[in-house]
Design a protein around this ligand. Structure first.
Ligand SMILES: Cc1cc2nc3c(=O)[nH]c(=O)nc-3n(C[C@H](O)[C@H](O)[C@H](O)COP(=O)(O)OP(=O)(O)OC[C@H]3O[C@@H](n4cnc5c(N)ncnc54)[C@H](O)[C@@H]3O)c2cc1C
Length: 286
């Protein structure tokens, strides 16, 4: 099938983009970034936006920089920008490991980091990373100005976020963890490049042989990714070992409210999430 007819707008600046969104978002206008999620849904006519505001010509959004201890990722930055570590420390290594799980290479050269965050597929790897690291989402609109939204308040459910219709997600900021932070990521999908059934991100600091500053997030298993405080609590103050990791993984699985569909039952998803939490922790400890 082909998309339903739409009006196409190609702004060159952020200001122009915000004006177009203020005018057309109320009339079913949408941002198009990489188009890797939006275009397929338009082709199937599951989405029929009347206006597309294409941000690919807005050079000011193509920025990837470190500022005030945060990695600031502009709305034009593609997934492929993370194939090589963008930072010398554990964050750069983790993002380079995670990006290889996102779709396939051609999709990674078009799809954007911020597009994934705005789209908020429950199985998005970047959304799980953003939840784990307590990312900040920078949203701008003509009427509302600039808002910074914490990850815990941003992801509301399946493809549902705190972004307002006329807001542009201009930037996502990831706090840069210290160099001695241990990081791990694990996901399970049926085939390479498929959306994951479940994934986990784990980070911690080792001090005097015990874990602190725990962060564990699960993605893909629930309607939205989130930190699993229940699992983090199990590990704080304990040495890293398989028994502790398994106990935390059980705590995470018990706390889940898993998605359930004809392909993947809730019970199976919980099992996979439990194993992913354990594997992410083992990887962080490797
Ligand atoms: C075959 C296939 C496999 C895939 N597998 C995976 C996978 O394993 N993991 C994964 O995470 N993703 C996967 N994707 C999706 C891919 O990562 C997309 O790139 C991503 O979901 C959306 O980014 P985009 O830039 O393409 O956004 P678009 O498709 O352009 O937009 C998606 C939605 O977000 C909105 N939007 C985009 N940018 C902004 C912004 N800056 N401000 C406000 N709203 C915005 C759009 O209006 C639209 O509603 C897959 C896609 C395909 C086609």
């Amino acid at each position: 099938m082909k998309p339903a007819p739409f009006h196409y707008h190609a702004p060159k600046t952020i200001e122009e983009t915000l004006s177009l969104l203020a005018e057309f978002a109320p009339d079913d206008g949408r941002v198009i970034a990489g188009g890797q999620s939006l275009v397929p849904t338009m082709a199937f006519r599951l989405a029929r936006p009347k206006h597309l505001v294409d941000i690919n010509g807005v050079k000011a959004l193509d920025t990837l920089k470190i500022q005030d201890g945060k990695l600031c990722i502009g709305a034009g930055v593609r997934h492929a920008a993370f194939h090589q570590p963008v930072d010398d420390g554990p964050l750069g290594r983790m993002l380079a490991a995670v990006v290889r799980h996102i779709a396939h290479y051609p999709i990674r050269t078009r799809g954007t980091f911020c597009g994934s965050i705005a789209h908020a597929d429950p199985a998005s790897e970047w959304c799980a990373v953003a939840a784990a690291l307590d990312a900040e989402m920078v949203a701008e609109s003509k009427r509302g100005g600039l808002r910074v939204i914490a990850a815990k308040d941003f992801f509301k459910g399946i493809m549902t976020t705190a972004l307002r219709d006329e807001e542009l997600l201009t930037e996502v900021r990831l706090p840069i963890p210290p160099n001695d932070i241990h990081v791990g990521f694990a996901e399970f999908s049926r085939r390479a490049g498929d959306y994951a059934i479940a994934m986990a991100v784990a980070t911690y600091r080792l001090k005097d042989g015990v874990m602190s500053e725990m962060r564990i997030a699960v993605g893909g298993a629930e309607a939205a990714p989130r930190r699993m405080i229940e699992a983090e609590r199990v590990l704080i103050g304990h040495p890293p070992n398989l028994g502790a990791f398994q106990a935390a993984a059980h705590a995470a699985a018990n706390a889940l409210d898993p998605l359930d569909d004809e392909n993947v039952s809730a019970g199976y998803r919980c099992d996979i999430a439990r194993i992913m939490v354990c594997r992410a922790l083992e990887q962080a400890n490797a």
